[in-house]
Write a protein that binds this ligand. Sequence first.
Ligand code: PMP
Length: 306
Amino acid sequence: MEAGAVAYFEGAYVPVEQARVSILTHAFNYGTGLFEGIRGYYAPEEDNILLFKLREHVERLVRNFNILCMEISETPEQLEEICVEIVKRSEFREGVYIRPICYKSELSLGPRLKDVESSFCCYVIKLGDYVDVKSGLDVMVSSWRRLADNAIPSRAKCTGSYVNSALASTEARQAGFDEAIVLREDGSVAEGSAMNLFMVMDGRLITPPPTADILVGITRNTVMELARQELGMEVVERPVSRTELYVCDEVFFTGTGAQVAPVRSMDRRVIGEGKPGPVSKRMQSLYFDIVHGKVDAYRHWCTPVY
Ligand code: PMP
């Protein structure tokens, strides 16, 4: 963990090394945590870090409390303040990633949700690109299936459900691919291991709907809005079949970590021209300009830290 980094833990700001939980913690035993991932981009012109869509991330977290029966003492406004404050106190001046976590903090036995005490903690690390966003990714369809909404809901960014993501991404990397695509039990496409998926077909942008066992990504919402507003494209949310990914014009992933990451091959079949396509490239450059605070119209999506 980053030296100098500050965490928020048990109501106080502490060096990250001091933020430790007991092995008896409910969330450690049962995966009963909800988390977020928020990026901060360093903007050299203003010597500041801009947190992208901070409010939207806190909103998604708080909205999903109901799924895991969570209550914490901090208000949503305080959660936003804490995210800003830990970056400020860490004094970073480069790209960062903030990880807020609400977790069942009680030291108690039994996989229950009701009347188990919850707490909030948060840490920050330095983070640059997390997948290759330039040359295009080689991806495979995983043999693992996406968790169904009535098993462990993907719409909640629940710590325990990331075993599913880890199985899929490990399989893909062991087989020599960059990333996995995970199908639902019915065989339709859900998303990547920790990123949403879009395909471009005949000038339209197509992505699986929120009912397709996906995490309803904040980058996904951003890209849908930008496609409509800035690229004048029609955006369609509908079920996607595996083989549509073989025959479409472009595929790209979106996510806070992945950003906008084009795909160049799928199950060893070349997609489009085997390099990032025109829509993926335009979307990616627009996204990078916006997150770095360079587009006035979308400046309200950026929260300055300093
Ligand atoms: N799906 C999963 C399973 C994820 O973990 C993530 C990353 N948070 C995403 C999609 C993308 O979501 P977002 O754009 O909100 O980061």
